[in-house]
Design a protein around this ligand. Structure first.
Ligand code: G6P
Ligand code: MN
Length: 448
């Protein structure tokens, strides 16, 4: 099986390769092609992978190329993990929004819209190329904002593109563990959009254990989202939201904390990764050690900064052992390649699952996965408060897709103005002005 990684020079590619190295079963990935527009980053990451592979007898062969067509031909799976504009672009997405007094975050609110406007045209061009050169490949999209980008690509690839995120899986496992249940046997009732979903139940042997959690302040205080949102709010809501809903439910506090922070998350990651890509150029320095150290520092700071700001404290060691998104991706590939039926929370087209959204809207929902791909399972309808957020944000995503397709500036303004976390049409207009000024990639928004 051949896997192609778009954005193959990315900092997190060694995590994916590490997961592949642990898979020795029949039908596993035997060849990995890294594709990237930046040759230096490609060389750096290829060096890390070569060191990871040392001593592993069946390690997947690695090829690196900056020729897209060559990378795509013959691919069975394509991972899309690109970052249009790099971390410099992410830092600008955050800054412009915060200067305007609204949330500047990678995927949520104004920052997420700016990132979507920059990324969608590139993701669509890639999807078109994949549809031509590797029409039978399964495409797994990690590129954020993952739900929006998956929907953009699905217009060219249909249900062959599947979006993934580790956050709902991690949340389900944390809740199961707190309740003393085996995370692998619990069925999590979760639905929404990417970074905008709620756990409404956790079923073990046919019994819903979530009410027991919501009734117990001590249990609620014993895991990350419980501390993040607080027991009172979770009990009042009757569900456990994805951690990204903190930006909605505690928006003022989040904006203030981000404005007061010394650096935005994007700026921090930019500086740190620049350090890695610079150090790894020295052939005398072991590449893997350089990557490992930088990564460990990054994780530590992530926990300290982001979670403390919200009063959530540090993430427990066991909270991290669900393995992250590379494990979700590996589980998905296994199920498809070996026709091993499994259940995973993924970003796929709605197909009637949520009655308030049309068939083609990409949602995040538990799916049954096998050789035929991923099919959403039936779920309970959303309560009205969730319908409000989900439909409002889907309307924003549709405005972004329209702007990306037509180059219409007014569609871009509409995207910002309709977002629940942007409080004025005037602010939306200034955001479009501000973002087009700092992002050359938004020059396409040239039609009225
Ligand atoms: C979570 C999110 C991902 C995001 C990742 C890294 O796992 O679900 O969408 O890419 O965090 O976030 P960072 O701020 O480290 O780039
Ligand atoms: Mn995610």
């Amino acid at each position: 099986m051949k896997l192609t990684i778009l954005g193959g020079g990315g900092f997190r590619v060694p995590l994916v390769y590490g997961a592949l190295l642990g898979d020795h079963a029949e039908g596993r990935i035997s060849r990995v092609t890294l594709y990237d527009t930046d040759a230096d980053r490609l060389t750096a990451v290829a060096r890390v992978l070569a060191e990871q592979a040392r001593g592993v007898h069946d390690a997947p062969a690695v090829v690196a190329t900056d020729d897209l067509d060559e990378a795509l031909r013959g691919a069975d799976f394509v991972f899309s993990a690109i970052r249009v504009g790099g971390l410099e672009g992410r830092a600008a997405d955050e800054r412009v929004a915060l200067d305007e007094g609204v949330l500047g975050q990678e995927t949520v609110g104004a920052g997420g819209i700016a990132y979507g406007l920059r990324t969608v045209p590139v993701a669509v061009a890639l999807a078109r190329r994949i549809a031509r050169l590797a029409p039978h490949a399964w495409v797994i999209n990690f590129t954020n904002p993952a739900g929006l980008v998956t929907e953009a690509m699905s217009r060219h690839l249909g249900d062959r593109v599947i979006g993934i995120c580790d956050s709902p899986v991690g949340l389900g496992r944390r809740i199961a563990r707190v309740l003393g249940a085996d995370p692998d046997r619990a069925r999590v009732d979760y639905v929404g959009l990417n970074h905008l979903g709620w756990v409404r139940g956790l079923h073990v042997d046919g019994r819903d254990e979530l009410p027991r959690l919501l009734a117990d302040p001590a249990l609620l205080g014993s895991f990350e989202e419980g501390r993040l949102f607080g027991p009172d709010w979770l009990r009042s809501l009757g569900s456990v939201p994805n951690e990204y809903l903190h930006y909605y439910y505690f928006n003022r506090e989040a904006v203030r904390a981000y404005q007061d922070a010394e650096q935005t998350r994007g700026a921090f990651l930019r500086d740190q990764q620049e350090g890695f890509y610079a150090r790894v150029k020295d052939p005398a320095v072991p590449a893997l050690a350089t990557w490992d150290r930088t990564r460990a520092e990054r994780e530590a700071t992530y926990m300290a900064e982001n979670r403390d700001v919200a009063g959530a404290g540090e993430r427990e060691e066991s909270d991290l052992d669900s393995g992250g998104y590379e494990q979700v991706a590996l589980a998905l590939m296994r199920a498809v390649a070996r026709n091993e039926r499994t259940s995973l929370i993924l970003d796929v087209r709605n197909r009637g699952t949520l009655a308030v959204l049309d068939e083609d809207a990409v949602i995040e929902v538990p799916c049954l996965v096998d050789a035929n791909g991923a099919r959403p399972v039936a779920v309970e309808p959303l309560p009205y408060h969730a319908v409000g957020l989900v439909t409002a944000v889907k309307a924003v995503e549709r405005a972004v897709l329209e702007a990306a397709e037509t180059g219409s500036r007014s569609a871009a303004v509409r995207a910002f103005a309709l977002h629940p976390l942007v409080d004025s049409v005037s602010v939306a207009r200034r955001l479009v002005d501000g973002y087009t000024k700092v992002h050359p990639g938004l020059a396409y928004l040239s039609r009225p």
